[in-house]
Design a protein around this ligand. Structure first.
Ligand SMILES: *Cc1c(COP(=O)(O)O)cnc(C)c1O
Length: 315
């Protein structure tokens, strides 16, 4: 476990050409398996639960939700094994996925997997479905999909606390899925910095209000954050061969691996924004590497990425 995570200077010819300073917060290095922002989001949730369990006769487990390749499910399964917490994953998809890279790990680490179809999965926020699940799995506390809840925001907020001790900077850039990580950064930033969320989903405009709703009252006045929705590259987990080529080249130049679903889309957006002259000279940018490298395993498995270009040590 390496906390605070490293803040590292990122070198690239484009940054020099446009006189922009770019650093990267290496949350991908916090833990070899528990993916960067998922670790941040789980931290206080797990602490809270273990504290509760230590003073109670009923030992609570965790129930959560995710897709077949979910970084959250992968991280949660490992963290629960480490801390001896029973866990259940409600997985969107067919049972036939249970041997894919992600779920094989989750299963091996002791997570109980329950597969549901898309229609059922859509009910994941509905009280009647949650009641049904708590009947099936009593003594399990629910963490929402992606781990985004109030305790998660607090964990993500630690990133800003660490950054303020590590450097002076103007803009933070991060990839956005559910918006929980973006909300956590805004909530602890105190309106100090520009915060740019790069939406990795198509038609992500609805996320602006989800992020706003997640914010505690005193942070709703933060007016230097934006969700940029034009960099999704076709939709969630979609990318073109050119995108992959650009990303592989960037990974080689910097010696850091960015996967194409989240952090890679942030990188491609950064390159586009710099080329468009979005940032003034001497601007200081901090990128958040949110991890997620386990997802590469599933993409190699499905033939979407080549093993030679994407040699991640532990996959
Ligand atoms: C889940 C995830 C995100 C998105 O985080 P949200 O809080 O859902 O917006 C970004 N990067 C990686 C690697 C992730 O696994």
């Amino acid at each position: 476990m390496s906390i605070p995570s490293l803040l590292q200077t990122l070198n690239h010819p484009l940054f020099i050409k446009h006189k922009i300073q770019v650093c990267i917060k290496r949350d991908d290095q916090i833990h070899p398996i528990i993916s960067g922002n998922k670790w941040r989001k789980l931290k206080y949730n797990l602490l809270h639960l273990t504290e509760q369990n230590s003073t109670s006769n009923t030992q609570m487990g965790i129930l959560s939700f995710g897709g077949c390749y979910s970084n959250h499910i992968h991280a949660l399964a490992f963290a629960c094994m480490q801390q001896n917490i029973p866990c259940v994953g409600i997985i969107r998809g067919e049972k036939s996925n249970k041997n894919n890279f992600t779920l094989q790990c989750a299963n091996k680490w002791g997570m109980t997997l329950k597969f549901v179809d898309r229609k059922t999965y859509r009910r994941r926020h509905d009280q009647d479905f949650l009641d049904e699940l708590s009947g099936l799995y009593p003594n399990h506390t629910v963490i929402p999909e992606g781990g985004s809840n109030t305790l998660a925001l607090q964990g993500v907020g630690d990133i800003i606390t660490e950054l303020n001790q590590q450097a002076k900077f103007d803009t933070v850039i991060l990839p956005v899925g559910s918006g929980g990580t973006l909300a956590g950064l805004i909530a602890s930033d105190n309106n100090q910095h520009e915060i740019l969320g790069i939406c990795v989903l198509k038609d992500g405009n609805y996320l602006k209000s989800s992020v706003y709703d997640l914010l505690p009252e005193q942070s709703k006045t933060h007016d230097k954050w934006q969700l940029l929705t034009q960099f999704h590259r076709g939709g969630y987990a979609k990318f073109s061969p050119e995108d992959i080529e650009r990303l592989v080249a960037f990974n080689h130049k910097t010696g850091i691996i960015f996967e194409p679903i989240y952090s890679g889309k942030m990188i491609l957006a950064l390159l586009d924004l710099i080329e468009q002259g979005y940032f003034p000279e001497n601007h200081r940018i901090v990128l958040i590497h949110t991890g997620g490298l386990q997802g590469i395993g599933g993409m190699i498995e499905r033939g979407l990425l080549s093993r030679t270009d994407w040699a991640v040590p532990y996959l």
